[in-house]
Design a protein around this ligand. Structure first.
Ligand code: SF4
Length: 353
């Protein structure tokens, strides 16, 4: 008979985790000494749906252009979108801008320090509010991202499927989070703990190949004891996403100008510029007519892009024209903010043989 499975011991778990983190961890620019809530918030918004490696150059470019919250809040949204190009999920850029303006207007330019107040700001959900409270303000916040969810479901062998199991996971995670302390010298543990448990999930307790032999909290892991680590987290199977097709026209004139149109200021890829198209969003009006009369459209390849809720194939047509209206005319060498979808579609059509 197997010995009794371990029940994670919070004190031992925290001590082992913090000692491991103190021995070394990945350097990240937003974790450097002297970083403020502004730096941490900026990085965390960028990190939603994006990897650390992809975010680092964007983070540096943003800070160079917007060194302070005020400089970001007062910038035109087009400048923010231009720097965000390629990072995807553009709604984050709009919310980032709105959040900066809200902090300037309602909090005198200083981020509030509690989870509850942070949660009232645009674009901040429970995870982002908790991670800012813990790492910028050393509050005892329960930080649970996707990495932490994986660690917790394995430590406690939580068998109910995500996403319905999120409250259960948060409850289990809260039993391990450092409690509030009276001792000012211990306050930094809240920041270290939050960073350490996320680092454990991303570096050791990985999705398909957890390094249990290197894990500092192996002693407290029920899944390791049962040898079924890869069974967690349990996930509800995803529904197949619908696949749409549409036509997009790449129209140029004799002076290497491109025809672009701007998207509405709300909704998917708001305010970004795009090639004229036949209607590519699932419920958008359809047309087979280009925006100006064309007599020489030629097939120019296709590009497929996957959004969260649907997949899109743009069939590209290339054409030339004598005149492009001034408001739609952009030199190919100096294009306005474009989504990744449009950048790739334009490249595909321009290089099509
Ligand atoms: S022992 Fe293995 S499965 Fe358990 S927390 Fe550590 S890395 Fe994850």
């Amino acid at each position: 008979m197997n010995p009794q499975p371990p029940i994670p011991n919070p004190t031992r778990f925290r001590e082992n985790l913090l000692a491991w983190y103190a021995r070394g961890h990945r350097a990240m620019p937003w974790r450097e000494v002297g970083r403020t809530a502004y730096h941490i918030w900026l990085a965390e918004i960028m990190l939603q749906q994006t990897t650390v490696t992809a975010v680092i150059p964007y983070y540096h470019r943003f800070l160079e252009r917007f060194p302070t919250l005020e400089s970001l809040a007062t910038a035109p949204i087009d400048d923010v979108l231009a720097l965000w190009q390629g990072l995807g999920y553009y709604r984050r850029a709009h919310l980032l801008h709105k959040c900066a303006q809200t902090v300037m207007a309602k909090h005198s330019g200083q981020f509030p320090s509690t989870e509850a107040e942070l949660l009232t700001l645009p674009g901040l959900g429970p995870y982002t509010a908790a991670v800012i409270a813990a790492t910028a303000f050393h509050q005892p916040a329960n930080v649970v991202d996707g990495n932490v969810e994986r660690v917790i479901t394995r430590l406690f062998r939580i068998a109910s499927p995500l996403p319905a199991s999120k409250p259960e996971i948060r409850k289990a995670a809260a039993t391990l989070t450092p409690p509030p302390t009276q001792h000012a010298t211990h306050n930094t543990h809240h920041a270290e703990y939050a960073n350490a448990i996320m680092e454990l999930g991303s570096q050791i307790c990985t999705p398909t190949n957890p390094q249990c032999f290197l894990c500092p909290v192996a002693e407290d892991c029920q899944a390791l004891h049962a040898r079924d680590q890869l069974s967690y987290p349990v996930k509800t199977p995803k529904k197949a996403v619908p696949h749409h097709t549409a036509t997009a026209w790449l129209i140029t004139d004799a002076h290497n100008n491109l025809y672009l149109q701007q998207r509405p200021s709300t909704g998917l890829l708001a305010s970004l510029w795009e090639l004229p198209h036949s209607g590519w969003e699932p419920k958008s009006p359809q047309t087979q007519q280009p925006p100006i009369p064309l007599s020489n459209s030629q097939p120019a390849g296709s590009y497929t892009h996957t959004f969260t809720h649907f997949k899109l194939t743009l069939n590209l047509l290339r054409a030339t024209t004598d005149t492009i209206p001034t408001t739609n005319r952009f030199p190919l060498t100096s294009l306005p903010p474009l989504s990744t979808l449009m950048q790739k579609a334009i490249k595909t059509a321009l290089t099509h043989q």
